[in-house]
Design a protein around this ligand. Sequence first.
Ligand code: MSP
Length: 651
Amino acid sequence: MARRYFTTPIYYVNDRPHIGHLYTTVVTDTLARYFRQQGEDVRFLTGTDEHGQNIAKVAKKEGVAPIVVADRHAPTFRNLWKEFGISNDDFIRTTEPRHRAGVEEIIRRIDAAGDFYTAGHEGWYCANCEAFYPEKDLVLGNCPVHGFKAEWQREENVFFRLSKYGPRLLELFERGVEGKPFVFPESRLNEVRSFVESGLKDLSVSRTTISWGIPFPGRPGHVVYVWLDALVNYITALGFGSRDLSLYERYWPGIHVIGKDILRFHAVYWPAFLMSAGLPIPRQVVSHGWWLRDARKMSKSTGNVVRPDDLVAAFGVDALRWHLVSAMSFGQDANFSDEDFLAGYNADLANGLGNTLSRAVKMASDAFGGKTPAETCDDNEVRTAAIDAVAAWTSAFESYRLHDAAAAVRTLVTRIDGYIASREPWKKVKAEGVTPALHRIHYATLEGLRVAACMLAPIAPGTATEVFRRLGIARSAEDLRPPDLVWGQLPLNASLPQAPPLFPRADAKEYFASKEKSVVDETTAPEAAPSSPSQQIPSSSETKIPIDDFLKLDLRVGEVIAAEKIEKSKKLMKMTVKIGEEVRTIVGGIAATYTAEQLVGRKFVFVANLAPAKLMGVESDGMILAATLPETGEPSLLMVDPAVPSGAKVK
Ligand code: MSP
């Protein structure tokens, strides 16, 4: 039996998961499910990356030990994956003893190969990437990935002789593995090839400036560089470094699904470490693009993330799984917007699959007394469409075109819908009664939907199982095998249950209104848990508005003439503000950052035409404007040159 071992990157535990993390995990899960459905022996690993400077920093800020931060966030990932039906067989944390044992073992092997040496080292360092960058790669002195200022760092490190592996890596890129390119897609392969061709420098693989990590064997005072530590998870989770190597022998080498941000680590450093240790290199590194917001990578450090919470609460897990897989061309970047999500949801799930299924089941149920048809039908356009769709779906999955696999499901459903429209079974039954021809028409539609559900199973497993149930089939997405895709398996005379709409149509206006409300509730609720910075950024901010909409805002310069903190609240400050000749009371959520003394006598920007609202019993007639600091989520008030008179319009 063919075997396949899929891995996701292990996620840093300095934040809750966002849509970007979810994407990698969902696409890897979709691939794992597809190959299991094809009858392969699949193993699937994910986990958390818990050492390193980023986590140490967060812990220091909170005044707790790093493991406290890790222990808090690791379950967040684990639980989210559970909620999303992620079918991982294992979840590894790099703070586990089994991981440390494997890291120590690979280090011993690399050391034995003579590939480590100690030397002084300095260079431009991005703490977010945990990586040094050559000056030429910096963008105006900033990290090319995060845009933050790179810092000059100097220390004594253990070095890995990466430079020695250039020729072997180039050969690997040239030859591929098992007849397939080592990196997918080709554009990314070219990227790492030119990186290696431009000359590899040895890599510093220990740190002495932090202590949160695995102690470097034989180098007191050094901890293992977080990437050397993290990458090894792919084999430590299989038992490498332990006495039981059965999983390692059965599944390694694996296929790594990653975002393009960490390509170099996986396609250059990792195979070089493995070559040095005399271990087999991965079968493939499959790299996908980024979900963007406002044309920038969605990431915690940029503060522009979308969390899955609102969308899942409103539309369910599978709607989001479907969107992530179907709306991004695998390998390329895509912009994430709620508007696109809603449009896709309504078109593909509410009107498409949901509506077609409801109509087809209802018509059959009405005609055959709550049952599926009593006759099969092998000669109809739906069968042809299903055969074509399965072929397109298979070839899409085999070449990592996951969005095309989703498109094949969409196409089949559209063809079924078209078939119903052209056959008009509702007219037929009125004119001719329940005839064998009517049985055959309904067989074609319901069997077509069964095949569509089999094809949907890797992408939206819960929905696939539910479609089976609604077709009178007791089957689960997890039990499917290749024969299930063959036409002709709908049970005859099976009971059809009654059920509400599978995906109720979404009303965009209603959704945005409820979302806005939750943002207002969150920022004004005094005792709410502190929200993360990204949550405070309404994700509809990327929506383009016409200038007329902007001009509806009356932004004015105002002077705070008195201020006091609202006692019962942690964040709210009551301000008396003079805007031109008018004096108003305005409440702002800034009291955790600013004192009354810091405000009085200063001028800021206010929204002057906001509908008044009561906050903790005080009526607020306007709003003070502040930027949100990406790191902490604290407000930073927009200042105005003192020479600008109060009441001046801002536009
Ligand atoms: N801990 C390292 C990985 C070590 S693997 C041995 C790491 N962690 S991470 O949490 O920062 O990001 C992990 C992955 O999340 C990225 O590689 C990528 O797959 C995914 N994404 C994070 N942001 C993303 C987007 N905006 N869009 C798509 N995927 C993104 O890097």
